[in-house]
Design a binder for this molecule. Structure first.
Ligand SMILES: [Zn+2]
Length: 259
């Protein structure tokens, strides 16, 4: 079930924090209870998996509002969440009939549109979210003090004061998503999520209920090739061989799934 490489889309820009954020590392030290995740050079970064998770849930929320029924929310019509469809697929795999396998995988009543983009147990993801590294030098991360939960007990779980490290507002991170073999439906769903990011309706990390983690995507640029001639150019000239897609053309894809 290997898919030929037919197209590649590279989305780049920068994530700008409009509010400070905290993506926890699960670790603390003598000074702070909860440290942010840091890369190999001890600088804060955003794991691609964190961004991917938020992007997926953003797209799921909107897709379900326009009748696209992502399986995580409606819990039906997708092999990811349906025991019945999983049994059906197991049987087909056992028979090893290539045509049956392909027709199952191509059937939109068996795999929801969000799984087609982000992947599931039976199909590969079409997008890869790169880890996001710092673009600018930042001053020491601030520490905020939480509200006391229980002042009478002094156990470590119920500390009167809970500190967590934050990355300050205006911090910028390099953003990159690579998409492969995206069809118009994939592009449309991705455009819905990325449009939310560009508009700043996007929150990363923990404590978002307190307003932390609001960020936006700035300077979005899209480069791509599509088809075997484009692939040839890309193999020879790498990124110089790619075409550029305007933001307008990309966001216009949304009309495909809204209509
Ligand atoms: Zn699904």
């Amino acid at each position: 079930m290997f898919e030929k490489l037919q197209s590649r889309y590279i989305f780049r820009g920068e994530i700008v924090l409009e509010k400070e954020f905290h993506i926890g590392s699960g670790k603390g030290d003598a000074r702070t209870d909860a440290l942010v995740v840091k890369d190999f050079s001890n600088r804060p970064y955003i794991p691609g998996s964190s961004l991917r998770g938020v992007l997926r849930s953003t797209i799921e929320r909107i897709a379900s509002s326009i009748g696209k029924n992502p399986c995580m929310l409606v819990n039906k019509g997708c092999v990811t969440n349906s025991g019945e469809l999983q049994e059906e697929f197991k049987k087909i795999l056992k028979d090893k009939d290539k045509t049956d396998i392909e027709s199952f995988l191509n059937d939109d009543s068996k795999i929801c549109p969000v799984c087609r983009l982000f992947g599931s147990t039976v199909i590969a993801s079409r997008i890869r979210v790169t880890d996001l590294y710092l673009k600018n030098d930042i001053k020491l991360t601030a520490v905020r003090h939480g509200v006391a939960i229980n002042r009478d007990t002094e156990t470590s779980q119920d500390k009167a004061k809970f500190d967590f490290e934050t990355v300050p507002a205006q911090t910028r991170f390099d953003f990159e998503i690579i998409g492969e073999n995206l069809d118009d439906n994939n592009l449309a769903l991705l455009a819905i999520g990325i449009q939310e990011m560009v508009d700043g309706d996007f929150w990363l990390g923990g404590n978002t209920a307190r307003g932390l983690g609001k960020c936006k995507l700035a300077g979005l640029k899209i480069k791509y090739f599509n088809g075997s001639e484009g692939l040839r150019q890309y193999l020879v000239s790498r990124e110089d061989g790619l075409d550029e897609m305007s933001k307008e053309d990309f966001f216009n894809k949304i009309s495909i799934v809204v209509a």
